[in-house]
Design a protein around this ligand. Structure first.
Ligand SMILES: Nc1ncnc2c1ncn2[C@@H]1O[C@H](COP(=O)(O)OP(=O)(O)OP(=O)(O)O)[C@@H](O)[C@H]1O
Ligand SMILES: [Mg+2]
Length: 254
């Protein structure tokens, strides 16, 4: 069982793209993968060909009505399972308090779900906002992946997450395992290698040497409700996400 939270306080860095395509990479190798859309913007959910659109059947039903997570699962062809988000989820930020009981709730809900889902890998797509939902994802996670799109601003978002992860060490009584993943990498652009080097300076060995290249097929595929392997299994994006999965496997992070 592994839970991977994907987060960066900067928007548009490739969090949702990484959740979808890492899930698909796991699924096509025979793994049991599930995506949890924790972003009230619901971008991942809206990419699904037939998302749930009532809040009760979304992750909000878990928070609002104590529904078990296994009642909220829907299938996504060639990608795995999904628990949808809904705009109402924003209420968790404002109306459910901020104490340990709400922050630990997702972790407990996932443990219950995993008891009858052997080998489940959960990919949590977080919002760029560091509120109750994103903190709950950190509380539940075995590994945090921080995508950094190859521009300077997304380094700042990553530094904020690093700071939060370090600050939470005392509360969680462990160092949260983390990996920084360069996305939208263009080897012809000097800025891409500069951002990679800056990331190495700040985050050292936690920066993955493999990168996700800028690849228009990654943008087109999600627009069509497809993962990259179903859309174009030979493109660079497919190769990169497959490499990411193989690397996490080889490091026993999955
Ligand atoms: N490697 C890539 N190459 C080209 N386009 C990409 C790549 N990764 C993501 N994109 C595109 O960049 C945009 C932002 O990506 P995505 O939605 O995954 O980011 P995000 O971090 O989840 O954003 P948000 O913070 O708004 O949730 C999307 O249009 C997506 O299709
Ligand atoms: Mg997103």
């Amino acid at each position: 069982m592994t839970r991977i939270a994907i987060m960066n306080q900067k928007g548009g860095v490739g969090k949702t793209t990484t959740a979808l395509n890492l899930s698909a990479a796991i699924y096509r190798c025979g793994g049991n993968s599930m995506m949890l859309d924790m972003d009230p913007q619901a971008h991942l959910t809206s990419a699904h060909p037939a998302p749930v659109n009532n809040s009760e059947a979304s992750l909000f039903g878990f928070y609002q009505n104590n529904l078990p997570l296994n009642q909220l699962l829907i299938e996504w062809d060639n990608v795995g399972k999904l628990i949808c988000s809904h705009r109402e989820l924003i209420k968790v930020e404002t109306s459910f308090g901020k104490g340990p009981s709400i922050l630990n709730r997702l972790k407990i809900g996932l443990s219950d779900l995993e008891s009858d889902q052997p080998g489940l890998v959960t990919l949590i797509d977080s919002s760029p906002n560091l509120g109750v939902l994103t903190l709950s994802a950190i509380f539940a996670a075995d590994l945090v992946i921080i995508p950094i799109s190859s521009d300077f601003l997304s380094i700042n978002g990553a530094k904020k997450i690093e700071h939060t992860l370090n600050a939470l060490e005392k509360v969680l009584k462990k160092r949260v395992e983390r990996r920084y993943l360069l996305t939208k990498y263009d080897k012809r652009r000097q800025m891409s290698s500069q951002v990679f080097n800056i990331a190495k300076t700040y985050f050292g060995e936690d920066v993955l040497d493999l990168v996700i290249s800028e690849n228009v097929d990654l943008a087109k595929s999600i627009n069509e409700g497809k993962d990259i392997f179903s859309y174009n299994s030979k493109c660079t994006g497919a190769l990169n996400y497959s490499e990411l999965y193989q690397h996490l496997l080889s490091q026993q992070l999955i």
